[in-house]
Design a protein around this ligand. Sequence first.
Ligand code: NAD
Length: 343
Amino acid sequence: MAKYHIALIEGDGIGPEVIGCAVRVLEAVGFDAEFVPIEAGYWAYKKFGTQVTDSAWQIISESDCILKGPTTTPPGGGETRMKSVAVTLRQKLDLYANVRPCKSRPGIPVPTKFTDLDFVIVRENTEGLYKGVEFEMDEDMVVSLRVFTRKGCERISRFGFELARREKRKKVTLITKANILQVTDGFFTDIFNKVAEDYPEIEHEDIFVDRANMYLITRPTYFDVIVTSNLFGDILSDGAAGLIGGLGIAPGANMGDNFAMFEAVHGSAPRYEGMRKVNPTAMILSSVMMLKYLGEDALAEKVENAVDKVLVDGQKNKELVTYDLGGTATNDKMTDEIIKRLE
Ligand code: NAD
């Protein structure tokens, strides 16, 4: 009997490739788990008419957590209106906090002078503009509702402060557009400020998303922990990934009170499907976040160190890393190099 049961979403596009790399590293480091592939993804929608089948929900309910490869969501506008697999899982499993660390890794070429970044974006993951309340008023007008609840704002604010306290961070910044979206973001700001009273040792502030976006580019060291709503967090975190070397190395976690799902920030990059050339690091570092969640800190450290060694060695030997880091390796080759450096 394995110690852990991990529901595995292989995903669409490049998903099966990067998830395969992550599983290989986890097995090589001695993670005692059974990985159970489940029927979830755009492929499942096309095959079964649902993006997450009943059997998948059943397996999830018996698992310790989900390790998820990226999945495809066809854009609206055409005939197919499939709700995103990620959003479906986050909402149904109430995984309300999307945690996206923005941490510089050694040796990676980055587009700015900031080479030692370490901040975390905590994005509300279940409501806001992604609540999915969209409708057609008439043939000339369509509407999306931005839904905030007291419970949603309270718990994401608290999650941000608890993370700051646990990781000994100094400041939590709420990012809103409360000058324009006064009802929703004003409500969020009031609740955030109230929660902040329980964390007197941690500095807090709220700033508007337009200024925050500029700061991300001009002075990203300004940030420590960011708390923000669903859409803003989605956009800002891809930008933050760019700061540390791109989507190929940016990991993420979707956290609830009793369950979690780990996935890279990036999507299914369909144009790279089958080429086996995308960077597996984001998915492997998402597995590191999973190991830490499960309390397997020693294994997490081993994998993280091995990844960093390959990133450093890859700056001298381009055969070790993938194209996005200026290299020529396939994702399988880069994974082999990571496995070689596990110790
Ligand atoms: P994407 O993240 O899939 O790809 C954008 C670009 O980023 C790629 O063309 C590539 O240049 C680069 N990139 C992404 N992953 C990389 C990696 N591992 N290594 C190196 N480079 C990498 O975003 P997109 O093209 O906007 O979306 C494609 C599909 O993914 C859409 O269907 C979208 O809905 C879906 N998506 C899914 C998730 C998720 O599953 N959580 C997240 C974002 C997008």
